[in-house]
Design a protein around this ligand. Structure first.
Ligand SMILES: Cc1ncc(C[n+]2csc(CCOP(=O)(O)OP(=O)(O)O)c2C)c(N)n1
Ligand SMILES: [Mg+2]
Length: 461
């Protein structure tokens, strides 16, 4: 891979902004590598020695530069627009990338004050990662801002759709690994876009991360011609933009342009849907295909074997740093290439210029209330829903207001709808927005005759 893709949209990122984006990204990359390898000397204040290295190395580098790039870019988007953005990462094995970012934006230290934003903080941050008594190597429940755990690939996109239903202001940026895209659940969940209501739901922006490799080999989509990938996504109902390359500035510039254009398109679709109907017919929602090398900016070769851009970058690209002085020197050179001395001040805090690039307060992706259990609460039986369910109970048929959340009570009664009737209702015309047979029909709603259920499925679960 070389250079940047020919950006289709004109970039609005000026040189200074691009410098900052790349610097922030490099800092996140630095902290990612530091977590994987180090137990001491987190900011490389002294020359790297074997005793600074963890006894057992376990973490995933390969996906992390891509996840970090998207995080930095979303920060920029939030800063420009004030949008509520939730970040879902299918390759949740890139846990250190997410932890690095929530630390850089300040959320991590608020949730875990012992991981402070001074010299003691980075020391604790690196030591705890993937260590007994510390934190898991994957994105997991303790990771601020995550609703989606790493570990079992395949569910990122369906979780993203679930998050935006009935939350009209929310945008979920969902990274999908090209290996993950080979799983059946992921392949099926592309179709979730057909169930998005631009009027009442938020938006999902899928970002297919084509780093062309999974654990130990190439991916199907990574090897497919670019046109085929585009056709696949178009067939699923998306309008994809392609961003590709290995030159950091070019990729950041092109990705910023693609993100801006995608969000402008989402705004247009939602405006139209909320203004009383979609005149253009079924909306074609944007998606981004990001093609960058696996393990981008990591070691190119180790012992004469190519690493960057191959499946060998998946986990720990230099596994023998404790035993092999050459590997140790290579690790130090790699880490210093991110210039940690320029990114952190003498107190160990992120320098002001970079800290200012993160969004503020609850707009930080780690602090978004939707991503932090219990901070957004809605009634399980809103008043409107109660009335609709009562109507349905009276008529014994399809109510005008069946929600997913209502499946407990709303779909508790048998309906006369059949799968065939449902199939013929897609795409759906809805009275208010112009889409849907009832004002709120989704898979769980009127799709199939439902068994009589009188109690909550959660009861006794
Ligand atoms: C369902 C499932 N199958 C297999 C694995 C093992 N596994 C962990 S990471 C990985 C490769 C993922 O590749 P990709 O989605 O392309 O992510 P990348 O690291 O390349 O960004 C695999 C197969 C898993 N976690 N879940
Ligand atoms: Mg991959």
């Amino acid at each position: 891979m070389s250079g940047g893709s020919a950006g289709r949209e004109r970039s609005r990122v000026d040189d200074a902004e691009l410098d900052d984006l790349v610097a922030y990204w490099e800092t996140a990359n630095y902290l990612t590598v530091a977590q994987i390898y180090l137990r001491e000397n987190p900011l490389l204040r002294e020359p790297l020695r074997v005793q600074h290295i963890k006894p057992r190395l376990l973490g995933h580098w390969g996906t992390s530069p891509g996840l970090n790039l998207v995080y930095a870019q979303l920060n920029r988007l939030i800063g420009r627009t004030g949008r509520k953005v939730l970040y879902v990462t299918g390759p949740g094995h890139g846990g250190p990338a997410l932890v690095a970012n929530v630390y850089l934006e300040g959320t991590y230290s608020e949730v875990y004050p012992e991981v402070s934003r001074d010299e003691a903080g980075p020391a604790r941050l690196v030591r705890q990662f993937s260590t007994p008594g510390g934190i898991p190597s994957h994105v997991s429940v303790p990771t601020p801002g995550s609703i989606h755990e790493g570990g079992e690939l395949g569910y990122a996109l369906v979780h993203a759709f679930g998050a935006v239903f009935d939350d009209p202001d929310l945008l979920v940026a969902c990274v999908i690994g090209d290996g993950e895209a080979e799983t059946a659940p992921l392949e099926g969940s592309w179709k979730g876009i057909r169930f998005l209501d631009p009027a009442r739901d938020g938006a999902v922006l899928p970002i297919l991360h084509l780093n062309e490799a999974k654990i130990s080999g190439p991916t199907v989509l990574g090897r497919a011609p670019a046109g085929d990938v585009e056709s696949l996504l178009r067939g699923h109902g998306y309008a994809p933009r392609m961003v590709a390359g290995s030159d950091p500035r070019a990729v950041h510039r092109d990705f910023a342009a693609a993100l801006d254009a995608s969000v402008a398109e989402i705004d247009a679709i939602q405006r139209e849907g909320r203004d009383g109907g979609l005149e253009r017919g079924v909306p074609r929602w944007p998606a981004i295909v990001l093609r960058t090398p696996k393990g981008w900016t990591g070691p190119r070769e180790v012992d004469g074997v190519p690493i960057e851009g191959t499946f060998r970058a998946h986990q720990v690209p230099l596994p023998a740093v404790r035993e092999n002085p050459e590997h140790l020197a290579q690790l130090e050179a790699w880490m210093r290439s991110y210039r940690p001395q320029e990114r952190f001040d003498s107190s160990g805090a992120l320098v002001e210029r970079l800290a200012a690039l993160a969004p503020r307060g609850e707009r930080r992706m780690g602090s978004l209330p939707q991503a932090n259990g219990g901070r957004v609460r809605i009634s399980a039986r809103p008043a409107r829903l109660g009335r609709a369910c009562a109507r349905r109970a009276r008529t014994g048929g399809s109510c005008g207001r069946s929600r997913r959340a209502s499946s407990v009570s709303c779909c508790a009664t048998p309906t006369s709808a059949t799968p065939a009737a449902f199939a013929s209702s897609v795409p759906m015309r809805r009275p208010r927005t112009g889409w849907g047979p009832c004002s709120r029909s989704r898979i769980a709603c009127c799709a199939t005759p439902t068994p009589t259920r009188t109690t909550s499925p959660r009861a006794g679960a």
